[in-house]
Design a protein. Structure first.
Length: 178
């Protein structure tokens, strides 16, 4: 049970990073994630002696659940106005039917990390193909304009994109079959 600030500070130090990471994954705004994380720990502090701190796994599970619920509540508020501008890099995470499963978020975070690693590997292995793929698929440039920039044919650009996509798919298979 929280009887003093020391136990709360221990819980805060041990759990704030995971709470903020979960919240940031959901709301995709660092400032808002900080605010929501602060709300979570205010609620934990207010629980006082009702919170049994002997079982840290249960405390962790409670904080994870509270973090998820607070973040989802933030997204549901109709009074909150926000403008988001992101590139579709596969890092978005939708909660289907308003349900939330922390395990799915963790798996999603791992998958995003694998994507980043694979793209970094592609950039090291074949920087030109990486650049062509990014310009056409993520920046919205036409294959013709990219072909002109690189001094190659449009067909060559399309072939490079196709081969690069196949390479990425193969890398994913290697990661997930391991």
């Amino acid at each position: 049970m929280i009887k003093g600030n020391e136990i709360f500070e221990d819980i805060y130090e041990a759990e704030w990073k995971s709470s903020r990471t979960i919240i940031l994954t959901i709301v995709k705004d660092e400032n808002m994630a900080d605010d929501i994380c602060e709300d979570v720990f205010i609620k934990i502090y207010e629980m006082g002696e009702r919170l049994i701190t002997a079982d840290r796994e249960k405390v962790h599970a409670l904080i994870v659940m509270m973090s998820c619920n607070k973040a989802i509540d933030y997204l549901r508020k109709s009074s909150v106005k926000r403008e988001v501008c992101i590139m579709d890099d596969g890092n978005s995470f939708d909660v289907p039917d308003g349900r939330y499963d922390p395990e799915r978020v963790i798996l999603h975070m791992e998958e995003c990390e694998y994507r980043k690693l694979i793209l970094q590997k592609l950039r090291r292995k074949s920087p030109e193909n990486y650049d062509i793929l990014m310009k056409v698929k993520f920046m919205g440039m036409t294959p013709a304009s990219v072909a002109e920039e690189y001094g190659i044919s449009r067909n060559n650009v399309n072939n490079r994109i196709l081969r690069t996509k196949r390479w990425i798919e193969e890398e994913f298979r290697n990661v997930y079959d391991s």
